[in-house]
Design a protein around this ligand. Structure first.
Ligand code: ZN
Length: 167
């Protein structure tokens, strides 16, 4: 899957989750970024090229689509990212605990659905409970690029609609 597909799906999930907390735009931004994080385990990915040393380190330690592409890793990263974002929000905007739970849910669900869900739809697939549990894979490959583009445009359009509905 392309970085933009992951980011747009994460943005949609993040906007929808944070709509309940009244901050869909923040949710879209955090969700979009969060949904690209699992690909830090691949130095040639978009986010991997932005953080080459960190990406090479993670790739060397875990490989691609293994431990860093699991439900456990997503949960740990979501907690860490939420604490950092909410810490910054608390310092600059005096935000509440509700925002913490909204962002935690946003990052977690964005990574699980926006990233792992889409990677499971590819031909090589992934094992979300690696090294245990089933290995999910589906049909998306290079011949299906047009569907991926259509999905990406749909995710972006729906994200914009969710953010506009809130205004
Ligand atoms: Zn991935």
């Amino acid at each position: 899957m392309k970085d933009l597909t992951h980011a747009s799906a994460g943005a949609l999930v993040g906007a929808a989750v944070c709509l309940a907390a009244g901050c869909p735009v923040v949710g879209a931004v955090v969700g979009g970024i969060a949904a690209m994080i699992p690909d830090l385990d691949m130095p040639t990915s978009g986010i991997g090229r932005r953080f080459p040393y960190l990406s090479s380190l993670i790739h060397g330690a875990f490989g691609h689509r293994k431990h860093f592409h699991t439900v456990y890793a997503c949960a740990a990263i979501s907690l860490l990212l939420s604490m950092i974002v909410v810490g910054l929000c608390f310092i600059f905007f005096n935000s509440s605990v509700v925002v913490f739970y909204a962002l935690l849910a946003c990052t977690l669900v964005s990574m699980l659905l926006g990233h792992l869900g889409l990677d499971m739809a590819t031909r090589s697939g992934l094992q979300p409970l690696h090294p245990y549990g089933p290995h999910f894979k589906w049909f998306f490959s290079d011949e299906h690029r047009h569907w991926e583009s259509i999905m990406t445009v749909g995710f972006i359009a729906l994200t914009i609609i969710v953010c506009i509905v809130h205004l």
